[in-house]
Ligand binder design. Sequence first.
Ligand SMILES: [Zn+2]
Length: 141
Amino acid sequence: MSTSVIEQDYVPPTRPYSQNELKDMRLRTFRSFRVGKELVMHRVCGHTYFATIGGRKEQEVKTTGNSDAGNCSVCWKIRHMPTSDLGDRAYYIASVYADELPYMQERLEYRTVELERIFYAWLYEREPGRDQRRESVRPRW
Ligand SMILES: [Zn+2]
């Protein structure tokens, strides 16, 4: 039985965190999962997320100037979750993140910074099997 990052429950902090600390935590998330600055907002489903640096979605948003470019990566990922229970959890986390993101520009909270980490870990985590296949066809430099 494989586990997914979205199965983790929220663990409240044991001490207060300053805005600077939360900013650092946020930066770590963005670096770990190569999260960029191009914001993607899909009108139909409401999902909102930053595209990965150098990815196809980032390119689509940049060239079209449309933040609603292409298909929703969140919807795609939810559809491809191994169980409907995991799909439901992912759907919930993605919805809360889309709601919270505008407020994160003003003030950070530990809970939302953690939620963001879980969200991008889930959205941009690599599946080992797929990576290995890709590795084998990639030319060596
Ligand atoms: Zn969506």
